[in-house]
Every structure is written in structure tokens, then in C-alpha cells.
Design a protein around this ligand. Structure first.
Ligand code: F6R
Length: 261
């Protein structure tokens, strides 16, 4: 894993945007995997400004979201598809047909999960996957105890995740759904390049367990250690518990071609 500690989330967002921009400019039909939540917003803002100011184009891209709530109407403002449109894709030139998300409101959830796996396979998989990490160590909505071999499926959210996400539901935990449809850990690991972002002190513990702890289903993000190409971009606050922080800094500073993550 390449672990890069940046002074601020904004610096990390620029590096993440560089990775996405490279995919957009070197791959004929790039497939981007996107997370929702607060962590990647600075990266999306950076990409929007590159689109507006320098003409960075998403016209040939396809976007696949990691997850969607089950039990929310499609037009609910906190539904992940609505969030990503509002925060990102409505502001770039991604074609309307280019945005894919698990169909959380579907009547047949198992069928929707299979359809999503098929849609991912049809485009040949994800080129660059942006990930955040939950305070309980989840990626996507693969909560602790998720199988490391899991594929897209229905999951029950932990109460920790529901409490964390109540901020998107007027701080009312009763409004936060109990279930979601999420890419599985094995699905996520098929992306060719994974960029994990973690900012702020609340992420210091799960991040450290993910990158320096043992691989375990109890910390789903630790499965990323099995992937050959993961870039972990963290700010100083999220890096405080890393025992090898100095080594990661030294590696990054001495990397001759660090821009080619
Ligand atoms: C969202 C997702 C989640 C979040 C994680 C961190 O699509 O899959 O894994 O990335 O819960 O959320 P934030 O960034 O809000 O702290």
C-alpha cells in the first residue's frame, strides 16, 4: 500500500483528483467508482473546477457508486444517487446514462444486486475506485463481520454507522435506514486502482487498524492489504496513530516518480 500523509484534506484531494484525471485522459472509456459521504467531497469539488476551468471531460466516462440505502424513495435528498448528482455529476459533462448505482428501492433486492454485478462486469470493471472508511472500519457498507469474499448484496447497517450518518437525516437516527445494497468486498477489490481517503481524528483508529493491523472481517477495510495497487491518502489528524508514519513520509519524499501513483 502507498500511504501518503498530507498536511490537509485539500492537498490529498488534489492528489486524488490527479489520479482520476490521469484515468480520464489515458483510458478510452474510463470507469470511475465513487463513494459518497463527506470525505471525497473535496476531491469532487477539485474535479468540478478542473472541468470548468480546464475542460477536463467526463464525456466518455462511466460512474459506479458503491452503495445505496434500501428503504428510501429514489428522490430522497439523502439517497446516494441524489447526493452524488447534487455534489458532483450534475456539474460535469458525464452523460445522463453514465451514472450507475445499486437499485436500493428495487422490490427484488437480490435481483438488483445481481444486475449491478453484471453491469460492472459488462463495462470491464472499475479503473479507479475512490473509497472512504467508516469509523467502524467499513468500506462501501461492508460492516464488520462482512465476508472478505462478498459480492453486491443487502447488508444491515451497524448502529454506529446509523449514528454517524444521522447528520444526513436532520440528526434524527430514526430516519436512517437499517439496510443498504452495497458492493461486496470482493467486488471492490476487483477495481484496478483503489484510492482510500481518510481525514480527521475520528478516522485515526479505523485507518490504523486497516493498514497496519491484521486482515480481518472485523475491519473490512483491512482487506485492501490484499490488493496490489492501493493509494491511501490521509491528513495529519488521521495519521496520528500510525506506527510507521515516519517511514511512509520518507518513502513519499524519496519517491522519484511519486506523481505516477
Ligand atoms: C459511502 C460509503 C461509506 C463512506 C464511509 C465514510 O458511499 O461507501 O463507506 O465512505 O462511511 O463516510 P464519511 O466520508 O462521511 O466519513
Amino acid at each position: 500500500m502507498e500511504i501518503v500523509i498530507t498536511e490537509t484534506p485539500e492537498v490529498a484531494a488534489i492528489l486524488a483528483a490527479d489520479i482520476v484525471e490521469r484515468a480520464l485522459t489515458t483510458i478510452a472509456t474510463p470507469v470511475l467508482g465513487l463513494a459518497t459521504g463527506t470525505t471525497p467531497l473535496a476531491t469532487y469539488r477539485e474535479l468540478i473546477s478542473r472541468h470548468v476551468e480546464s475542460g477536463l471531460s467526463f464525456v466518455a466516462a462511466r460512474v459506479f457508486l458503491l452503495d445505496e440505502y434500501v428503504g428510501l424513495p429514489r428522490d430522497h435528498p439523502a439517497a446516494f444517487r441524489q447526493v452524488i448528482a447534487r455534489e458532483f455529476t450534475d456539474h460535469i459533462d458525464l452523460p445522463m446514462t453514465g451514472l450507475h448505482s445499486p437499485d436500493g428501492p428495487a422490490a427484488d433486492i437480490a435481483g438488483a444486486a445481481n444486475d449491478y454485478e453484471r453491469a460492472l462486469a459488462d463495462v470491464g470493471g472499475v479503473d479507479v475506485q475512490i473509497l472512504g472508511i467508516g469509523s467502524d472500519g467499513h468500506i462501501g457498507f461492508n460492516e464488520p463481520s462482512s465476508s472478505l469474499g462478498s459480492r453486491t448484496r443487502l447488508k444491515t447497517l451497524t448502529s454506529k454507522t446509523r449514528i454517524d450518518n444521522a447528520r444526513f437525516f436532520d440528526d434524527d437516527i430514526d430516519q436512517v435506514p437499517h439496510h443498504c445494497l452495497t458492493q461486496g468486498i470482493a467486488t471492490i477489490l476487483e477495481a484496478r486502482h483503489i484510492v482510500l481517503l481518510a481525514f480527521g481524528e475520528s478516522k485515526a483508529c479505523p485507518l490504523t487498524r486497516a493498514v497496519e493491523g491484521p486482515i480481518t472481517a472485523m475491519v473490512p477495510a483491512s482487506a485492501l492489504q490484499l490488493h496490489p495497487h492501493v493509494t491511501v491518502l490521509v491528513d495529519e489528524a488521521a495519521a496520528t496513530e500510525l506506527s510507521y508514519a515516519d517511514y511512509y513520509r520518507e518513502t513519499f519524499e524519496n519517491k522519484p516518480h511519486w506523481q505516477t501513483f
